[in-house]
Design a protein around this ligand. Structure first.
Ligand SMILES: [Mg+2]
Length: 346
């Protein structure tokens, strides 16, 4: 693919800032005909595939503040978008980045954001193909990611049926515990550097009946899948996978408090998938092939409610979910209102 690296180095101010910011980013890659530096990027869609698009913003004072390393802010702004593509079973190709910058923002802070963004883009082999910088009251980063999926294979939220199994990737709760003062560095890292489950999502396309990624908490996000599919769910709380470090961190807490971060904490960026029972062996093979833990935690049932059954077999009372549009958010890093992602239904 022809690609023209961005080389303009104008004198000062906004243009110099854009130049320094973009220089850190990986700009070339599959389908990038013309990247950063012109009025618009020219991108060649993969032949015979559908494009998948999503956008998400992180805003200072809402999603992060001065306590967050700028590189973590850059990483996470891209990673959460990649997690949405993972949940669609898509492979990511390109990102577009719009930066809002207050006057007087230290250069080092922007360089850090660019560094984190670049590290995440390189890790997942995608190009940053365009962007924009604007003056703003708060530092903000709005990232659009485009990816591709074979026609008819996109995983949606709406394809599940009663009787399907509910399975999840990885482990839950560390990201939420990572918000607590004095949290172990591994938990804080889980919170600030989420790892999108792209390989598993792609491998489950064509096998799972529905999927989404967990940003707001396992129970609440499973509720979104259930609402879209017109089913209810029963989750076995004890089956929800947690790490040994998580168990140690909640040791001694009452059972419901010990389970809450895993069930409702959010920001795990793991996948929740529905799997028709006959396809479980294929799903497990996909998990092994991508070296991603996959655990069955419940099943979908007729009705509407998501019920969580505790160790004693009784239903657990759960706190109400987080509503992005009602203040105040439970934490600065609690995530996103979903207003704009376009999701095509099968
Ligand atoms: Mg999502």
């Amino acid at each position: 693919m022809a690609r023209r690296p961005y080389r303009a180095a104008p004198k000062g101010g906004e243009f110099a800032l854009i130049d320094r910011f973009t220089r850190a980013l990986p700009q070339g890659g599959e389908g990038v005909v013309l990247g950063i530096g012109d009025d618009a990027a020219v991108l060649r869609a993969p032949a015979g595939e559908d494009l998948v698009a999503t956008v998400d913003a992180v805003v200072e004072g809402v999603h992060f503040d001065a306590r967050h390393a700028p590189a973590d802010v850059g990483w996470k702004a891209l990673a959460v978008n990649l997690s949405d593509l993972a949940a669609m079973g898509a492979r990511p190709l390109w990102a577009l980045v719009a930066l809002g910058v207050p006057l007087g923002t230290p250069e080092a802070r922007l360089a850090g954001v660019a560094r984190g963004l670049a590290a995440c883009a390189r890790r997942h082999r995608i190009a940053v193909a365009g962007g924009n910088v604007s003056r703003a009251a708060e530092l903000s980063l709005t990232v659009t990611v485009l990816g591709a999926v074979e026609p008819g294979r996109a995983l949606t939220r709406s394809g599940a049926a009663a009787g399907d199994l509910v399975a999840v990737s990885g482990t839950f709760g560390e990201a939420s515990l990572g918000l607590r003062p004095g949290a172990p560095p591994a938990f804080t890292r889980r919170q600030r550097r989420p790892a999108p489950r792209l390989a598993l999502g792609r491998a489950l396309a064509g096998i799972a009946s529905a999927a989404l990624d967990v940003s707001d908490g396992l129970v609440q996000d499973l509720g979104h899948l259930c609402a879209a599919s017109g089913v209810g769910a029963i989750v076995d709380a004890v089956a929800v996978p947690v790490s040994g470090a998580y168990r140690r961190a909640v040791a001694g807490a009452p059972p419901e408090d010990a389970l809450a971060p895993a069930l409702t904490g959010g920001e795990d960026y793991e996948l929740v998938v529905a799997i028709p029972p006959a396809r479980l062996p294929e799903a497990e093979a996909a998990a092994r092939a991508t070296r991603t833990p996959l655990t069955v935690v419940g099943r979908l049932v007729r009705g509407r409610a998501v019920r969580v059954v505790g160790p004693d077999g009784r239903e657990l009372p759960l706190p109400a979910g987080h509503d992005h549009l009602r203040a105040p958010p439970p934490s600065l890093t609690s995530r996103r209102g979903r207003l704009g992602s376009t999701r095509r239904r099968r």
